[in-house]
Design a protein around this ligand. Structure first.
Ligand SMILES: *Cc1c(COP(=O)(O)O)cnc(C)c1O
Length: 396
């Protein structure tokens, strides 16, 4: 299948076929090239490849045929010029920032970010003379006030973790572009199926492929997508020389995961919408946060920016941590874990796990209360998920 052909195909077809590079055996399933290095036909051939005068792979830290198939399939899905896969989602975030920043630069980020992203921005970057300003992501005036001539990039997540707050990607892109900065979007919660940040004006989109792209809780992985100039000019040299390359095996798992990505995300989203409605109707539930529901404070933005409400739901009950633990411990189908995007449904208590490192004040500022739980909907029958939640909410 040629590149020009895949471009005319619909996303679901691209997810199955794009990027496939068959060997001379003509294998149906993409080959797993479990190799560190590549043998050259001659010393001259090695020289030419190192000079960039001849195409071909050099070393698995730089690239690998299976990894490239995964990157090409993601590029076809996102409409990105280029991509580079990484060992994990955090390797993707770290490299996307460090590859382009230097002392004296400034970064603006939304306050509601994945905990490890906050660590990079608050703790690591200042050590290298990079300052970071945190803003209320939904407040566009705060974004306008925060950007400066030295602002080099901005980092956001939408919907955010765990309170599913939406940020207007197109509006923030316009604000950061006005000072010549780039917008990086961590698109994990929306999934690559339901939100296309590059089409909305973002410059760089990244994923923890660990989540819905694998989708079955097996491997760590990440990927960064953007223009060819950015990926080859800035990201690729940083990755090559710092080493957070994805394992070819993990890339193969991600590549095969993509074949069912749309089917899984749609089923998980259908369940999430049903679960959100069921929770909203339960007397013990104080608040349900789901971008697909009309009572979400940014429902209009969610509808404009995302195709559906997505596979994640958050909900809050009275009684704080103790009451939340009681409900979680009574669940029989939904598992307690800090992960998400698995085919198995997962409940998380952000206060005591993913967001434990934050101060109480920071947490409450983000709406993360003791009674808040985050739910990642899996592939079980939604009726069983609802039954499980209802029996847990009503357990003594
Ligand atoms: C999980 C996650 C990450 C980190 O990904 P890893 O693969 O665990 O390193 C980053 N951002 C978001 C939004 C995530 O959910």
């Amino acid at each position: 299948m040629t590149d020009t052909h895949t471009k005319t195909l619909r996303p679901r077809t691209r997810l199955v076929h794009a990027g496939t590079a068959r060997s001379h055996h003509g294998e149906m399933s993409e080959a797993l090239y479990l190799t560190q290095g590549f043998a050259y036909e001659s010393a001259e051939a090695a020289e030419a490849r190192f000079l960039g005068e001849a195409p071909g792979f050099i070393y698995a830290r730089y690239g690998n045929p299976t990894v490239r198939m995964f990157e090409e399939r993601m590029m076809a899905l996102e409409g990105a010029e280029d991509a580079f896969a990484t060992a994990s989602g955090m390797a993707a975030v770290n490299a996307a920032l460090f590859c382009q920043l230097k002392a004296g630069d400034h970064v603006v980020a939304a306050k509601a970010l994945f905990g490890s992203c906050l660590y990079i921005l608050e703790t690591l970057l200042p050590r290298f003379g990079v300052e970071c300003t945190f803003v209320e992501g939904a407040d566009l005036d705060a974004w306008r006030a925060a950007v400066r001539p030295e602002t080099r990039c901005a980092l956001i997540e939408s919907p955010s973790n765990p309170t599913l707050e939406m940020i207007d990607i197109a509006a923030v892109a316009e604000i950061v572009h006005a000072v010549g900065a780039r917008l990086i979007v961590d698109n994990v919660f929306a999934t690559p199926i339901f939100q296309r940040p590059l089409e909305l004006g973002a410059d760089i989109v990244l994923y923890s492929a660990t989540k819905h792209i694998d989708g079955q809780g097996r491997c760590l992985g990440g990927i960064v997508l953007g223009t060819e100039d950015f990926i080859r000019g800035e990201f690729d040299p940083y990755m090559k020389h710092t080493g957070a390359a994805i394992s070819p095996f993990n890339a193969w798992v991600m590549l095969k995961g993509m074949e069912t990505l749309e089917l899984r995300c749609r089923a998980q989203t259908t369940s999430a919408a049903l679960v959100a409605d069921a929770l909203a109707g339960h007397p013990r539930v104080k608040k349900v946060i789901y971008p697909g529901r009309e009572d979400h404070p940014q429902h209009a933005l969610a509808k404009r920016q995302m195709e559906t409400g997505g596979p994640m739901v958050a909900f809050e009950i009275e009684g704080g941590k103790e009451a939340a633990f009681h409900v979680m411990n009574a669940l029989k189908v939904i598992l307690i874990s800090n992960n998400l995007g698995d085919s198995k449904s997962i409940v998380t208590h952000p206060t005591t796990t993913t967001h434990q490192r934050l101060s109480e004040e920071q947490r409450l500022g983000l709406g993360i209360t003791g009674g808040l739980m985050r739910l990642s909907c899996g592939l079980e029958d939604p009726a069983d998920l609802i039954d499980d939640l209802v029996q847990a909410l009503e357990a003594n």
